[in-house]
Design a protein around this ligand. Sequence first.
Ligand SMILES: Cc1ncc(COP(=O)(O)O)c(C=O)c1O
Length: 301
Amino acid sequence: MTDHVTTHQSAEDARNEDILIWLNGQLVPKEQAVVSVYDSGFMLGDGVWEGLRLYNGTWAFIDEHMDRLFEAAKAIDLDITMTRKEMVSAVLETQSANEMTTDAHARLMVTRGPKTRPFQHPGLSQQGPTITIIMEHSKPSIPRPIRLATVPHIRGLPMTQDPKLNSHSKLNCILACIAAEKAGADEGLMLDVKGFVNTTNACNFFIVRKGAVWTSTGDYCMNGITRQKVIDLCRAHDIPVFERNYSLVDTYGADEAFLTGTFGAQTPVGEIDGRVIGDGQQGPVTTRLQQLYKALIEKAA
Ligand SMILES: Cc1ncc(COP(=O)(O)O)c(C=O)c1O
């Protein structure tokens, strides 16, 4: 299989060559937006980040993204040195400098900053955090339902590197993605420590069985904002929804499967480990949830 697609595929947009990047309080052209080789993020993956999306002038669920960012920074004992309000202002400043009004995606990154010596100890990061916002014109363009492959890389226990954290280091997820691609799929389906189906390497995962929506218990996966919105939408619209343990047997036999994430909202899954899910096309429950999610975004604008 050579026609790989990714869950974060977007239409080419030449304007992205001329964007301004927010880097430690300055807006700089893309080619000048560089950080030190001593940066904790570059050297050790020591940082946290958020992905945000602009729809019709509004950054979707920005409060939830700020909650998660500041919670993650506290968890890794990283002082962001900016308030939430200042962080939101920086996002708006970058948006305005780039004259973006809709269909933009922002990656907001905070690392422990430059180190005085090239070693691990966090005490060597003495200059304060490196904070950047990359904001690109971005319209998801995923040409067909996604193919998944179950991979040997599992979602670990929270005392190792809590898989809930949006940490800079994503090596476990990257290895999962590489394994899936080598198996001819687009993205890796990851199991939890007990062997239950959990999440994919870059999105949260749902199945639909007999009109009911199932997702993992929420242990071991990213506490996805889109995941929570989908669960809330199901509850508000009388669609049965279960956060529960389930296996690959339940998954292969599902009528529908889809992924959630800020970038792609709800992305249909057509095939898992060579088994066609439903008829391999986007199913009616996925379509309904896409419509409800779109309406939710419009209401929030
Ligand atoms: C591993 C993983 N799962 C799920 C998500 C989706 O989360 P959200 O819906 O908050 O974008 C992300 C996004 O950062 C992720 O990295």
